[in-house]
Design a protein around this ligand. Structure first.
Ligand SMILES: Cc1ncc(COP(=O)(O)O)c(C=O)c1O
Length: 321
């Protein structure tokens, strides 16, 4: 992992190596935290954060679903992130805000534990590899099912929930694949361990609906819009496992992985074993949007101002116990 110089912790800028939490932090023991994964890109208009507001809104929603009161508003977190990127002098980076229950109480009743908020930024290349982004990766359908609505909250991006993704990821890695595809509790295709999934068949694009226990991905939403703008039909519907093998093209998308084609699933080649035309068409526009080359999607980018814009936004040192 590429170190940066500064991390933002509860309203203060702290040196990377000093950004520490207590070993009795509630979140460490019980997974009581919510987080986001966001990316900033080096665009011709400077560093810009992709769909920053939507990510911060999702953070607020995830927090609310787990009864975590965020001590900072989305505007404050946005301003702090801008300042953090500036201080670290990064042109592009991955951004990880996390709010978690800190040190103070133990046991399963968490509401008396303080909520700590941290933002870290660092340089992070293609999550599934540059080669994967270009030529596609090999995936395996996991024996682990994605968490369901009747035991957790799939729409929340919550720390503890990721044990499910991690089991699937380790299983696929040990079996020699680059990514896992999880089915939902009913056996329909759900998503990758950290990405949403799309299946192309007979010229139209299909993706599992909200009812399939997916995370409501921000890349997914962007790709649906781009694909429709390109004139493709996009259908949100339940997808059977065998459809993965019969598909002409399959790709996954997420903030970390961006758009990554799948070239093989469970040792079956996807289509002719190379990224297909529709995948390529959508990927090209998506990458243009991320990097600020697509005028049509410019509003999705939150430019990081070169100088501190609003000192009030920096005044975020208070803490809610
Ligand atoms: C489980 C899971 N599904 C899907 C996604 C894709 O979501 P997004 O495009 O908002 O990054 C992610 C990544 O955040 C994820 O962790």
């Amino acid at each position: 992992m590429e170190k940066s110089e500064w991390i933002w912790m509860n309203g203060e800028f702290v040196a990377w190596d000093d950004a520490k939490a207590h070993v009795l932090s509630h979140g460490l023991h019980y997974g009581t935290g919510v987080f986001e994964g966001i990316r900033a890109y080096d665009t011709e208009r400077g560093t810009a954060i992709f769909r920053h507001r939507e990510h911060l809104e999702r953070l607020e929603k995830s927090a609310g679903l787990y009864y975590l009161e965020l001590p900072y508003s989305a505007d404050e977190l946005r301003g702090a992130t801008h300042e953090l990127i500036r201080r670290n002098e990064l042109r592009s980076c991955y951004i990880r805000p996390i709010a978690y229950r800190g040190y103070g109480t133990m046991g399963l009743f968490p509401l008396d534990a303080p909520v700590d908020v941290t933002i870290a930024v660092w340089e992070w290349g293609a999550y599934l590899g540059d080669e994967g982004t270009r030529n596609g990766i090999r995936a395996k359908v996991s024996s682990w099912r994605r968490i369901s609505n009747d035991s957790l909250i799939p729409a929340a991006k919550a720390s503890g929930q990721y044990l499910n993704s991690i089991l699937a990821k380790i299983e696929s890695h040990k079996a020699g694949y680059e990514e896992a595809i999880l089915l939902d509790d009913k056996g329909y295709v759900c998503e990758g361990s950290g990405e949403n999934i799309f299946v192309v068949r007979d010229g139209s694009i299909h993706t599992p609906p909200q009812t399939a226990s997916i995370l409501d991905g921000i890349s997914r939403k962007s790709i649906i819009q781009i694909a429709r703008d390109l004139g493709f039909e996009v259908v949100e519907r339940n997808i059977g496992r065998a459809e993965l093998y019969l598909a002409d093209e399959v790709f996954v998308c997420g903030t970390a992985a961006e758009l990554t084609p799948l070239r093989e699933i469970d040792d079956h080649p996807v289509g002719d074993g190379a990224p297909g035309q529709i995948t390529r068409a959508v990927q090209t526009v998506f990458e243009d949007a991320l990097h600020g080359r697509a005028e049509r999607y410019r509003e999705w980018l939150d430019p990081v101002p070169v100088a501190a814009e609003d000192p009030a936004a920096m005044d975020v040192s208070r803490q809610v116990a």
